[in-house]
Design a protein around this ligand. Structure first.
Ligand code: PEP
Ligand code: MG
Length: 591
């Protein structure tokens, strides 16, 4: 290789937000504070040291307050993240923990803060669920602010960027993200983070491509390097060669034209060439995402992951907090249907207001409906809030991780008790709310005929169904390649669950993320589902594909797919049958 040859270095990360960007890198110097001295402080100096720490926290609060005041309009929806950081600045584990360290160990404030934060971060990082692991980075962002004040070091000059660039950073705090002027950023690339990190959430709602979790990318890229960010495939290419560059320019144009074309018509129904109408709804975690759902033509909310309201707060939300949130969501969605999933917490998901024991196999532990049935008061508070909100809007309710029929029966009993208590108090509520069960455990698939007698609808959660049926931990990157949505075993399970629903005459939808991957649509359509739901950005492309397919043909095609031996056989079959007839853009996600 000659000295001037392009590096053409491809680095695989995690999709933060889809889309392609090509441009110059801007490395955010964040003055990582990894090396700190431990100093012992004389007993008579302890008070001065704790005051120094308190001053640094006070200053951090003022700085953050200023950032919040100056947040540009397009980021207003994300202020809650900064509010969370404001709360973390007062968090007892960090604030009191650091003061205790100073007083008990006689050490300097910087060291005490570092030890305390390391401990708290380690606690979060041990949690298998990526959402909770990534909360460790919130603690990192907040402690960095305090640390910079203690050390008197400066902040990143993010607001000074004046060219259109791709931001490369070790990590990007929400405070930093909101200081960037959106029109100057083509993409985000970070060492840390994952799909559920705040950078990912913000990037997706602003539709800026992002690749996260790239390891040490910030050490491999220099400011001014030409880079390609393929947010759809989760790949970054540093210093691309001519051929790569040409290929990606074409791909970018194709993707953008395609996305623009399908978004323009995304309000149209997803109706096949032979008249079968599929509801295409969204999965959301936050009410703030509703704007994106509507902009992308979502026919409703197929899955509202309500656990996010229980996070980032020291106490549980009250019934009124929950009611206000559900009502706001449903009002924004108008007449469109909203499916509220009850709390899917415990096991691999954690909230500070709920105390759970550590478990050997959290995915198989006290999670979701199991936790709720063991904590009826927490559960009933949520059920009352849902019943009240359902009186004002088109809301239905579903229970997660059902593995046996008794769980549905018990959950419905508690729902009745919640309704009775509201009735006694004279509080208006919807008595005949539709009740559903998520089908995401193999036992639920095999007992689906019995379960169907107890509920009004099924929602097949393939994210977990794949995990539990193929025995692949969905958050373990070492077995990620074995996590195959098109595995014939998964398809046969979906087929069986849908069959049981049809037999019983109840509605059935699918809310796993596989529904957002366009390449899966020809197979999914053949199941005769009533609805599918996915992340909002994927909706326009999925609706477009549905409109180009024939329902009757896809039913026949599904029979072929079900006979295949492996996931790659199924994928080949799809590509042979449909690859040529669609825009190349439809198979972007899976390449
Ligand atoms: C699923 O398991 O498919 C699902 C939609 O729920 P979650 O991803 O929240 O577990
Ligand atoms: Mg699930």
């Amino acid at each position: 290789m000659s000295e001037t040859a392009a590096r053409d270095l491809t680095i695989q990360g995690i999709t933060g937000s889809p889309g392609i960007a090509i441009g110059k890198a801007y490395l955010l110097e964040q003055g990582r504070i990894d090396i700190l001295d431990k100093r012992f402080v004389q007993p008579e100096q302890i008070c001065a040291e704790t005051n120094r720490f308190k001053e640094a926290v006070k200053k951090a609060r003022e700085q953050l307050h200023q950032v919040i005041e100056e947040v540009p309009d397009e980021y207003r929806d994300h202020i809650y993240i900064l509010d969370t950081h404001m709360m973390l600045l007062k968090d007892r584990m960090i604030y009191d923990g650091t003061i205790e360290q100073i007083e008990q160990e006689n050490v300097n404030a910087e060291w005490a803060l570092k030890v305390t934060v390391d401990k708290v971060k380690a606690m979060f990082k041990k949690m298998p669920d990526p959402y909770f692991r990534e909360r460790a980075s919130d603690i990192g962002h907040v402690s960095k602010l305090i640390m910079e004040n203690l050390l008197g070091t400066g902040h990143s000059k993010i607001a000074d960027i004046d060219k259109r660039i791709i931001i490369v950073a070790h990590d990007l705090s929400p405070a930093e993200t909101t200081q960037i002027q959106l029109e100057k950023v083509k993409a985000f690339v970070t060492d840390l983070g994952g799909q559920t990190s705040h950078t990912g959430i913000i990037a997706r709602s602003l539709e800026i491509p992002a690749v996260l979790g790239l390891g040490n990318v910030s050490q491999q890229i220099r400011t001014g390097d030409l880079i390609i960010v393929d947010g759809t495939a989760g790949v970054v290419i540093v210093d691309p060669g001519e051929a790569t560059l040409t290929r990606y320019h074409e791909r970018k144009d194709l993707f953008e034209d395609f996305q623009a074309k399908v978004t323009r018509i995304s309000h149209l129904p997803a109706e096949t060439t032979d008249g079968y109408r599929l509801t295409v709804a969204a999965n959301i975690e936050l009410v703030e995402e509703v704007v994106s759902v509507i902009d992308h033509g979502g026919d409703g909310i197929g899955l509202y992951r309500t656990e996010f309201l229980y996070l980032n707060r020291p106490t549980l939300p009250s019934e009124q907090d929950l009611f206000d949130n559900y009502r706001d969501l449903a009002e924004l969605m108008g007449t469109r249907q909203v499916t509220i999933r009850t709390l899917d917490i415990g096991g691999d998901k954690f909230a500070s207001g709920i105390h759970l024991a550590e478990e050997m196999n959290p995915a198989l532990g006290l999670r979701a409906i199991r936790f709720c049935l063991q904590s009826p008061e927490i559960f009933k508070t949520q059920l009352r809030a849902i019943l009240r909100a359902a009186n004002l809007a088109n809301i239905r309710i579903m229970f997660p991780m059902i593995s046996q029929v008794e769980e549905v029966i018990q959950a419905k009993r508690l729902l009745n008790e919640a309704a009775e208590s509201l009735h006694k108090e004279g509080v208006p509520f919807k008595a005949d709310i539709e009740v559903g069960a998520m089908i995401e455990v193999p036992s639920a698939v095999f007992m689906a005929d019995i379960l169907a007698n107890e509920v009004d609808f099924f929602s097949i959660g393939t994210n977990d169904l794949i995990q539990y049926s193929l025995a692949i931990d969905r958050v373990n990157k070492h077995v990620a390649s074995l996590y195959q949505p098109l595995h014939p075993a998964v398809l046969r399970m979906i087929h069986r669950a849908v069959g049981a629903a049809k037999e019983a005459g109840i509605k059935v939808s699918l809310c796993g993320e596989m529904a957002g991957d366009t390449v899966n649509i020809p197979v999914l359509l053949g199941f005769e589902l009533d609805a599918i739901s996915m992340n909002p950005i994927s909706i326009p492309a999925v609706k477009h594909i549905v409109r180009a397919l024939s329902f009757n043909e896809s039913k026949i095609f599904l029979q072929e797919a079900l006979k295949q031996a492996t996931a790659s056989d199924v994928l080949n079959l799809i590509q042979e049958a449909y690859g040529k007839s669609f825009d190349a853009a439809i198979f972007f996600r899976s390449r």
